[in-house]
Design a binder for this molecule. Structure first.
Ligand code: UTP
Length: 484
């Protein structure tokens, strides 16, 4: 009997045979040379693998040439609710804000961060959420979100739980980061961490890769894995017990976003939507963001690389604007019952996996570690936005890039720590100018010095104006000023 695995010896044999039958026997190539602990480790990982799923994905995504030119005849740009500054109906926005505010006061909303990614482009040593993002205090991304959630909790006089999805690689370090920082002022029992699923990488022949003799090359199953993980971790049951039916989903890399947005929640409720998304107008035709489209009347996010060039460049004849301009910024509202449906086992609601060709450190048939310089394997990932295709009444709501979108993806250049830091400064400068302060900036709105506004001081322009107006003494804004 193998105690650790709770797997009778017969079963471990059966597992090895199942891999053999599935053409994945190489996983146990070094098995006979391993000591007992190492064998247990490998068997445990192998028992996590759904061989039928891998077999299907290998056939559909690895061994077939899936580069079929899409038929774009029935494609349309997706409609969206325009922001008031772009002609949106101000009354509708006011009504939505009120309705969302009520839902918040009634305790119907939880925040949800997907933080299980590997953050390879940023190359930071640690969970991406612990990356120092703000200009003066170098607050981590997690701290920025924590303070925004705390501010919303105080505003609506309600505890707003925060779900954080991690992965096997960063779970412990993420929990430790919160513990060491006293949960940034939040009640620790209001923050719930859970891990997403993992998928094995395969080579271009579809064979599961080994990272070491007793370990598979496993990686997180994509942000779309969050739906499964919400269900499997018991989080949806807990939300139900607490009367929460709206999940406010956002990524870990964008310090400008509003984790809790009453108007967005209000539109989601008014539209009786099962899943709603925010968009910004694309900065330029080739910006690398997915685009909201209607395909056969169904809302979808099409990845920038999959949108045919003709549509990417197409302009509206009267306004001259890009027709396909609704860029996805990965902020969604997801109804709890819908998350259960899409995160469950019903094949009718199964999120598709996508193929990503990556460099995967793996061992060769002799057990030597190979660090490839070009992609040598395929990872399988699900995307959260694919759930839109299953949602009833999905809606898209516009937000302004300068208010809500400046992700930290790369070490330098576009979407880097520096570009995000500058965007934060520009935002606070706009708030100060709206309050009547005179701040010198360059033509992009960037001031010549660094300062910082804590989300505890103000988390939006509206909140800032209110707070600034009521200050008895207003501080001079200069290098290093920190408003709290
Ligand atoms: P990205 O697609 O930017 O990936 O994730 P990444 O892993 O952070 O970075 P790269 O591509 O390796 O450089 C967008 C969001 O989805 C989360 C990330 O943590 C981030 O918040 N994510 C991504 C997951 O939670 N799990 C995943 O498997 C993938």
């Amino acid at each position: 009997m193998n105690e650790d695995l709770n797997l009778p010896m017969g079963d471990s044999l059966a597992l090895r045979e199942a891999f053999e039958r599935a053409g994945q026997g190489q996983v146990f190539r070094f098995f006979d040379r391993l000591d007992e602990d190492a064998r247990d480790r490998l068997l445990k990982q192998a028992s996590e693998i759904n061989l039928a799923e891998i077999d299907r994905l290998v056939r559909e995504l690895v061994l077939t040439d899936s580069m079929v030119e899409p038929n774009v005849e029935n494609w349309q740009p997706a409609p969206f609710i325009a922001a008031p500054v772009h002609g949106g109906d101000l009354n509708a926005w006011r009504k939505a804000e009120k309705m969302g505010g009520e839902a918040l006061r009634n305790g119907r909303v939880a925040a949800f961060t997907v933080a299980g990614g590997q953050g390879t482009r940023l190359g930071f040593d640690g969970p991406k959420g612990s990356f120092p993002a703000t200009p003066v205090r170098s607050k981590s991304l997690f701290q920025v979100f924590a303070e925004k959630i705390l501010t919303a909790s105080n505003r609506y006089h309600v505890a707003i739980p925060w779900l954080i999805m991690t992965s096997g690689d960063n779970h412990e370090s993420t929990v430790r980061f919160f513990t060491e920082n006293q949960f940034f002022g939040l009640e620790s029992q209001g923050v719930r961490f859970f891990q997403q699923g993992r998928m094995p990488a395969v080579d271009f022949a579809g064979k599961i890769l080994l990272q070491k003799p007793d370990g598979l090359a496993l990686s997180p199953d994509g942000h779309g894995g969050s739906l499964r993980a919400l269900a499997r971790s018991g989080s949806l049951d807990l939300l139900k017990e607490s009367g929460i039916d709206i999940i406010s989903y956002f990524q870990v890399d964008n310090p400008l976003l509003q984790p809790i947005d009453p108007a967005f929640i209000g539109f989601h409720l008014m539209g009786e939507s099962e899943m709603s998304s925010k968009m910004v107008c694309k900065a330029n035709p080739t910006e690398k963001v997915g685009v909201f489209c209607l395909r056969e009347d169904q809302l979808e996010v099409i990845e920038y690389s999959d949108l045919p060039e003709k549509l990417t460049l197409e302009k509206d004849e009267s306004s001259g604007e890009l027709r396909y301009r609704a860029g996805s910024i990965a902020i969604h509202l997801i109804s709890r019952d819908f998350a259960r449906q899409v995160g469950g086992d019903d094949p009718r609601f199964r999120l598709p996996f996508h193929r990503a060709d990556k460099r995967v450190t793996a061992i060769d048939s002799e057990g030597r570690v190979v660090e490839p310089d070009s992609p040598n394997g395929v990872k399988f990932e699900m995307f959260a936005f694919d759930a839109l295709g299953f949602a009833k009444n999905p809606i898209v709501v516009e937000t302004l890039r300068e208010d809500e979108f400046s992700p930290i993806k790369n070490a330098v250049g576009i979407d880097s720590a520096e570009s995000s830091r500058q965007d934060q400064l520009r935002q606070w400068t706009r708030w100060l100018k709206a309050a009547g302060e005179d701040i010198a900036t360059d033509e992009t709105g960037l001031p010549g010095f660094s300062f910082e506004v804590s989300p505890i001081f103000a988390d939006s322009k509206q909140a800032f104006l209110e707070r600034w107006k009521n200050l008895e003494t207003r501080p001079a804004i200069a290098e290093g000023t920190y408003l709290e």
